[in-house]
Design a protein around this ligand. Structure first.
Ligand code: PRP
Ligand code: URA
Length: 207
């Protein structure tokens, strides 16, 4: 399995702005959308290309175009929603599925409450969620997608803990993971350190 840490300076700069506790909800949301676009560029890098005869104003040419599979963007609610718009800017024809999961406050284990994906199981699923803490939510979301018949799954997040990343890698070695940062660890409440706080609350202003 491949892990990709997107260390592009624009991604790293925007992530630092997001981490800052002084950053407003409006700005946080805007930055998440921008980073999602920049990371989406890398996540889609290996999309297969086909060639098509076209005429430029000057001459005919065999021009490249995307041949590959159709895509479904699948956010884990709520925080994953903040990454959808940026991805749709890159892949406007993508479908959008929704996976509803929240972490129980006491146990920090994921609780399912919603699942809706397109019927076509041949699509590439790009699962999006900015935070990979214990890895429980990502693991359960991937397991649910596989149970439903999806086989080609990538995951795009922002910040992960080393232990959470290892958990997902161990349980789902076939899933390629794209991150902006591998952080130091988790605190006693399983929040990522240094992290950026509660992503859902910061996106939706619910703190
Ligand atoms: C956050 C985050 C992930 C999950 C990560 O969601 O968006 O889905 O926690 O934690 P884990 O790796 O330990 O499972 P949260 O449960 O806070 O739900 P919300 O986005 O609806 O607030
Ligand atoms: N969920 C978040 O939003 N942030 C964390 O640090 C951990 C889980």
């Amino acid at each position: 399995m491949a892990i990709h840490i997107i260390d592009h300076p624009l991604v790293q700069h925007k992530l630092s702005l997001m981490r800052n506790k002084e950053t407003s909800t409006m700005k946080f949301r805007e930055l998440l959308q921008e980073i999602s676009m920049l990371m989406g560029y890398e996540v889609t890098r290996d999309m297969p290309i086909t060639y098509e005869e076209i005429e430029t104003p000057l001459m005919p040419m065999n021009a490249p175009k995307i041949a590959g599979k159709k895509v479904v963007i699948a956010p884990i609610l709520r925080a994953g929603l903040g990454m959808v718009e940026g991805m749709l800017r890159l892949i406007p024809s993508a479908r959008v599925g929704h996976i509803g999961l929240y972490r129980d406050e006491e146990t920090c284990t994921p609780v399912f409450y919603y699942y809706k994906m397109p019927k076509d199981k041949d699509r590439l699923v790009i699962l999006v969620d900015p935070m990979l803490a214990t890895g429980g939510s990502a693991c359960d979301a991937i397991s649910r997608l596989k149970k439903d018949g999806f086989k080609d799954i990538k995951m795009m997040g922002l910040v992960a803990s080393p232990q959470g990343l290892k958990t997902v890698m161990d349980q789902h070695p076939d899933v390629e993971i794209y991150l902006a940062s591998l952080d130091e660890g988790l605190n006693e409440r399983n929040y990522i350190l240094p992290g950026l706080g509660d992503a859902g609350d910061r996106i939706f202003g619910t703190k």
